[in-house]
Design a protein. Sequence first.
Length: 214
Amino acid sequence: MICFKDITKAYEKPVFSKFNMCIDEGKITAVLGPSGCGKTTLINLMLGFEKADCGVITGTENKRFSVVFQEDRLLEQFTAGQNIMVSGCGSKQCRHVLNILGIEETFNLYPYELSGGMKRRVAIARALLREADIYIFDEPFKGIDQALKCAIIPDIKDYLCGKTAVMITHDINEAEMLSDSIKILGGSPSKIICEVSPEEIDQTFVEKFKAGRL
């Protein structure tokens, strides 16, 4: 289990103050909240890119991470297939996942030849095929239309089955489709204002979330 214990983090103003959250191993956890509530800061703290002002994070020691950042971070001199195979997978695996994501034709194309949505899916494929202990997805479906998300998320969830994964998103529908557990942040400093399972989400809940009334 990954645990944030009494985490305090401030920039110009406090983002977290004695913040606590635990993430279950072997499950997909979605973290939702409005812009500026500290979702990406949580990821940066987990990855060790930033340090908390106070508090400790446990459960990440000596763990291997695989990450989809908000930016695609593709290597421009490599084809899509080569970008994915730097994760350590073979050509057959690579083509299989590209096919699942609906972009097998990109295997020999360079990033400058791809649309924004294609680049995003290449970044997702690379992360899925890396052997890791913890998978992190920061706004992974940015730039991908709703119909396509609905088509590819079930296969992504199958790939992550039994693995520890954290998805940062502002889209409650993405969280409902992909995750096993949903944690919603809010307030200033930010805290968990609600924890639900996808099965607990109905239209009334969605409307309250979108209206900021949870």
